[in-house]
Design a protein around this ligand. Structure first.
Ligand SMILES: C[S@@+](CC[C@H](N)C(=O)[O-])C[C@H]1O[C@@H](n2cnc3c(N)ncnc32)[C@H](O)[C@@H]1O
Length: 328
């Protein structure tokens, strides 16, 4: 698992984690007291998140900057608190650059229906992507959002988002999210937690996160973040949805954490809800199914469904939104 994670870190641009994960794979002794026999696919993300959290809190300041000796010494020095973090803390990255792909998807369904959107995000983490329209976006054929925003994205497009789509009117009526552990960025701990899941040295992502948090805090009305499992809570929200707005259930980087059976249940609950004829859409990233090895470029497919039409692929998107191939 760690060997695979090392390849993944190298591909996604974290040489520090790639090196340490590869060394851990060769000598698992320092990690044993912390992770036991856990071989979940996200183990590396949680373990490195735990260590980074300790770095940011000043508990183990050199654990990620001094190489293998400092890293393994930090694991040996803080087994209890690291174990607690790894066991209790799910992966919490809130990557706003993913909005570069969500924007044209939202515009597509707003244009198709002429309805305001009532957004429900599954696994929003801190909810930073629910205020997507307060950021600024420059696409090759036009712009979207707040031009004077603190946070702006220059989209790298392999397939361009059409100018006409970027001009489509968009009204957001509601912004809600359901997360197992929503992060409250108003507290001191919230931003630290979000930063701990970024990779050390990724200054661009860290700056983006700070700008997004500041934007979120300035928003006149903040999204509502409900605590719970969305597989259980979503049907109740969908049962109460309105007839004069388009309810849009969307997710990025979250359903990958579900067991297949839970994911099937989620999809089934959307089908049941859609059958009552009230407006419903689904925008969701999913890993390419046929992808077998980690040495391929890592990206997602963005799926869009506007009932009663079938689902369709609208974009290929880099895992962190570094590029988008809009196929509409
Ligand atoms: C990797 S983060 C992604 C956050 C955000 N969607 C983004 O793309 O930046 C995954 C989020 O999904 C949440 N999550 C995972 N499974 C969940 C479930 N069954 N119900 C509610 N939230 C869940 C986690 O708590 C976490 O906040």
């Amino acid at each position: 698992m760690l060997r695979r994670q090392a390849e993944h870190f190298a591909l996604l641009g974290s040489p520090v984690y790639a090196r340490l994960a590869a060394q851990l794979a060769e000598d698992t002794t320092p990690a044993r007291r912390i992770v036991g026999d856990d071989v979940s696919w996200d183990l590396g993300l949680r373990l490195f998140g735990a260590v980074h959290h300790h770095v940011l809190l000043g508990i183990a300041p050199n654990a990620l900057s001094g190489g293998w000796d400092d890293f393994s010494a930090a694991l040996a020095a803080h087994p209890v608190s690291l174990r607690r973090f790894v066991e209790e803390q799910g992966v919490q990255t809130n990557e706003t650059q993913r909005c570069v792909a969500l924007v044209p998807a939202f515009l597509t369904i707003a244009r198709a229906t002429g309805l305001p959107l009532d957004l429900i995000e599954l696994g929003p983490s801190a909810g930073l992507n629910l205020v997507f329209d307060r950021y600024g976006y420059r696409y090759a054929e036009g712009a979207f959002g707040d031009r004077s925003a603190r946070l702006t994205f220059d989209a790298i497009e392999r397939g361009r988002v059409p100018a006409g789509l970027l001009r489509a009117p968009l009204e957001i009526r509601g912004r809600r999210g359901i997360d197992l552990a929503p992060i409250d960025v108003v507290t001191a701990e919230g931003p630290v937690l979000l930063h701990s899941f970024l990779w050390p040295g990724s200054t661009e992502r860290a700056a983006r996160l700070d700008a997004a948090i500041a934007t979120f805090l300035e928003a006149p009305s903040r999204p509502e973040l409900l605590q719970g499992d969305y597989v259980d809570l979503l049907p109740g929200l969908l049962a109460q949805r309105s007839t004069d707005a388009l309810t849009v259930v969307f997710q990025t980087a979250s359903t990958g954490y579900l067991e297949q059976e839970r994911y099937n249940l989620l999809r089934a609950s959307l089908e049941v809800a859609a059958s009552d004829g009230r407006p419903l859409a689904w925008v969701s990233s999913r890993r390419r199914e046929e992808r077998e090895s980690m040495d391929e470029e890592s990206f997602w497919e963005l799926e869009l469904r506007l009932w009663p039409a079938p689902a369709r692929l609208v974009a290929l998107v880099d895992f962190h939104g570094n590029w988008i191939d809009w196929v509409g």
